[in-house]
Design a protein around this ligand. Structure first.
Ligand code: 3HC
Length: 334
């Protein structure tokens, strides 16, 4: 059978039902996690670990797919052929990321149809950040710089996730995301050398996206129900608050080079902490958006559901073609 695993089952994590008791299986799993080893699809794993991974990887996949929409909105209005080609490639990359991630989640025994049903019925989450509108061309640059910048900060540690297929998918995703971040920053640098109206457009986009990007990292550690276990299992390597701080520290100097002001009067260097202090995130607004009540939640979901329905004939045609090929192969073999 095809597998994404890079190894075959070994003594440490023998498949269930061979000669190990449940306690021994659990101990072998824990020992591998403690030794910072990788868990592969055919290895025994606790149900809670499997469930956590399906939740996180499928939410991540949904975020990539829904994340195509705010920027896709600007493909037909890009200001030059060069910018249009870059944007098309970027949006296509995001679609590809969603597909690697759905494949990684499928190795855990959940079908793509099940994951898509959960998204389309509003049961599954996707990143809060994609429920805000893209009002000007500068938003495309700011999404590249800040949203993809935040995504990379969160996703680099996932390349070391304890679950092999997820970790390997993230290596390629991160390479592409870093191109996305640089193209966004470069587009903004060009605009900041332009007219006053262009500079104002960039500043307006930064004002609207900054706080949403800080919230993207998830609730504060103290209010994050999954963090402790996720870190214990080596799924999450760095906490929500630590990643948020790393993002702020990395972004402030970039904003200075760009010549924009980050919209936070409390943002200042703290000599004692050797980090930037920053103001209060609006968590009520974040949770309302996560729960489906943000500015674009309904529109995003409706667009996704429609795209899926409109694509049904393609899936039907691909299956019919595969059936015909199989019949031909069977006939030739007979
Ligand atoms: N948007 C929506 N929901 C969020 C969220 C956000 N920004 N941050 C947290 N949540 C949800 C969690 O999913 C969880 O909900 P659930 O219990 O229903 O599953 C709840 O809030 C509590 O949060 P926790 O911190 O306890 O949850 P996690 O430990 O899973 O941490 C996470 C949240 C940091 C987002 C983590 O799941 C993660 O690292 N996921 C993988 C990366 C990812 O999904 N990134 C999304 C952006 S992808 C992207 O931006 C695409 C790129 O092209 C730009």
């Amino acid at each position: 059978m095809y597998t994404q695993a890079m190894d075959i089952p070994d003594a440490a994590t023998k498949p269930a039902g061979v000669s190990r008791t449940p306690d021994a299986q659990d101990a072998a799993f824990e020992a591998r996690i403690d030794a910072d080893g990788r868990i592969e699809p055919q290895d025994w794993m606790p149900e809670a670990y499997r469930k956590t991974l399906v939740r996180q990887i499928s939410q991540h996949a949904h975020s990539e797919i829904v994340g195509m929409l705010p920027e896709g909105n600007w493909i037909s209005r890009a200001p030059s052929l060069k910018r249009k080609a870059i944007l098309i490639a970027k949006v296509q990359d995001e679609g590809g990321h969603g597909l690697y991630l759905y494949s990684a989640a499928e190795t855990l025994g959940t079908s793509r149809d099940q994951m898509l049903d959960a998204l389309h019925s509003g049961k599954a989450k996707y990143s809060s950040i994609f429920n805000y509108p893209t009002l000007s061309w500068a938003d495309v640059g700011v999404i590249g710089w800040l949203v993809d910048g935040a995504a990379i900060m969160n996703q680099i540690p996932l390349c070391r996730c304890s679950y092999g297929p997820y970790a390997r998918a993230m290596v390629r995703v991160c390479k592409e995301e870093s191109f996305h971040q640089r193209q966004g920053y470069e587009a903004l640098l060009v605009m900041m050398k332009g007219s006053d109206a262009q500079k104002a457009m960039v500043q307006d986009a930064v004002n609207r996206w900054w706080w949403k990007c800080l919230a993207m990292f998830g609730p504060p550690d103290a209010d994050s129900p999954h963090s402790a276990q996720g870190q214990r299992w080596g799924i999450k390597r760095i906490s929500n608050d630590e990643l948020r701080q790393k993002f702020v520290d990395a972004t402030v100097p970039q904003a200075e080079v760009l010549g924009v002001t980050l919209p936070d009067p409390d943002l200042k260097w703290n000599e004692d902490r050797q980090h930037y202090d920053y103001g209060q995130i609006d968590w009520a607004e974040f949770w309302a958006t996560v729960e489906g009540d943000g500015p674009c939640n309904r529109e995003r979901l409706a667009t996704r559901v429609k795209a899926h329905r409109d694509g049904q004939w393609v899936r039907d045609a691909a299956l019919a073609h595969a059936r015909k090929q199989q019949e031909r192969t069977n006939k030739e073999a007979a």
